[in-house]
Design a protein around this ligand. Structure first.
Ligand code: S3P
Length: 433
């Protein structure tokens, strides 16, 4: 599938995106190991979350409402999955693989986790090594533990682990394994990453203690099924909010998105670049702060995105790079080497594709330099099989003159199948071909 976007759109309107991907995965996984039923409302229906659902079904978990936004999970109550008879296919989803590895570490049977060609290139060592230390057997290809991954769980001992990178997936995998260990498992990270696991563990009744950059979970507690109403996904909303920021006179509002501070780094970036960001109707939903967020466009100025902002903007860096091409001055993204091990090498992908649109961009080992105020010209660009690259390039396309074609755009179904529809509803001419 190709996405054709006409440039120089005016963006206006109010929109809703589907449920948050990270929170949907976690609600399903925690529901699966809890006692009793868990209801997940506003669950994201997209390929990544379907990968989690299918893996759980292969592990013997009963799930009702698959393919709808209202899902009921019948928890097995502890490390009570059944041994799967075939490989667990995590598709494109790193969250599915890494979080499941944490749970499977406590299951005393053999399982194999695999995924698509992108996932098979992603390192699992950040999860495999601490899980081995807890007592699980974990094998993968090369010393980076590339999938397929073979797991053989066992009785686990608690560990104290300092993560070399701020990664919510790695932190969550260790915490999930820690639920089954006899004692307290402690994880420390170098900078705050998304904390949905910590928040949701509490909602299921687990004992979690958070102090600055350290999280502790007390093992062998009981998790009880509950109801989780998933907030709308701020990363999906970011494409339109960032686009609006870059179009003077644009105004768009995202309804009911999570404004968890570990996710809203991009709103701070937009403010610093000169856009107006208004947060209305703040409330709490499933232990997560939620609000309606309006962004009004303006002439943007450049900035440097680095340090603790990186884990808090990690999934939005491609779209922020796209809008930085029209900002005044030079934008620098650095200390973001994590982007190289996402669904694609997002540094290389954005640099090569933005150049095709006429942007002046330089590649850094850990980021990029974007020389702003460029005049983008519509062109044919490649998604690199990565959903966020496909959508970020569509946004670059709407800032360009003429028409942009994003090839191989089917991958948007990984996180946000409604992307073209929402874009069109805000006044952009978009076509799927
Ligand atoms: C996610 C964590 C982040 C993020 C990914 C989803 C999660 O990855 O990029 O899209 O749900 O925990 P890392 O933990 O690898 O940083």
């Amino acid at each position: 599938m190709r996405l054709k976007v006409s440039g120089r759109a005016r963006l206006n309107g109010v929109f809703s995106v589907a449920g948050d991907k990270s929170i949907s995965h976690r609600a399903l996984l925690l529901g699966a190991i809890a006692e009793g039923e868990t209801i997940v409302e506003n669950c994201l229906v997209a390929e990544d979350v379907l990968s989690t659902i299918h893996c759980l079904q292969s592990l013997g978990v009963q799930i009702e409402g698959v393919g709808t936004t209202n899902v009921k999970v019948h928890g097995v109550g502890g490390a009570n999955f059944s041994a799967p008879i075939s490989n667990l296919d995590c598709g494109n989803s790193g969250t599915t693989m890494r979080l499941l590895m944490g749970i499977l570490a406590a299951h005393e049977f053999e399982s194999w986790l695999t995924g698509d060609s992108s996932l098979q290139k992603r390192p699992m060592d950040r999860v495999a090594i601490p899980l081995q230390r807890m007592g699980a057997k974990v094998e993968g290809r090369t010393e980076r533990f590339l999938p397929p991954i073979r797991m053989h769980g066992s009785k686990l001992r608690p560990i104290e682990w300092s993560l070399p990178v701020a990664s919510a997936q790695a932190k969550s995998a260790i915490l999930l394994a820690g639920l089954f260990a006899d004692g307290t498992t402690i994880v420390q990270e170098p900078a705050p990453s998304r904390d949905h696991t910590e928040r949701m563990l509490r909602a299921f009744g687990a004992k979690v203690i958070v102090r600055n950059l350290t999280v502790a979970v007390i093992g062998k507690g009981k998790l009880s099924g509950t109801k989780i109403v998933v907030p709308n996904d701020p990363s999906s909303a970011s494409f339109f909010l960032c686009a609006a920021a870059a179009v003077p006179d644009a105004e768009v509002t995202a309804m009911s998105i999570s404004i968890n501070p570990t996710r809203t780094g991009y709103l701070e970036v937009l403010r610093q670049m000169g856009a107006k960001v208004i947060v209305n109707n703040e409330r709490t939903q499933a232990g997560e702060p939620v609000a309606d967020v309006t962004v009004c466009g303006s002439k943007l100025r450049s900035m440097t995105i680095a340090g603790e902002l990186i884990p808090r903007t990690i999934d939005e860096l491609p779209v922020l790079a796209a809008i930085a091409t029209v900002a005044e001055g030079t934008t620098i993204i650095k200390e973001a080497q994590e982007l190289r091990v996402k669904e694609s090498d997002r540094i290389a992908a954005m640099v090569s594709e933005l150049r095709k649109l006429g942007a002046q961009v330089e590649e850094l080992p850990d980021g990029m330099v974007i020389y702003g105020k460029g005049k983008l010209l519509g062109a044919e660009v490649e998604s690199h099989g990565d959903h966020r690259i496909a959508m970020a390039l569509s946004i670059a396309g709407l800032l360009a003159e003429g028409e942009t074609i994003v090839n191989d755009a089917h991958c948007i179904t990984v996180s946000f199948p409604q992307f073209p529809k929402v874009l069109a509803s805000l006044g952009v001419e978009v076509e799927m071909a």
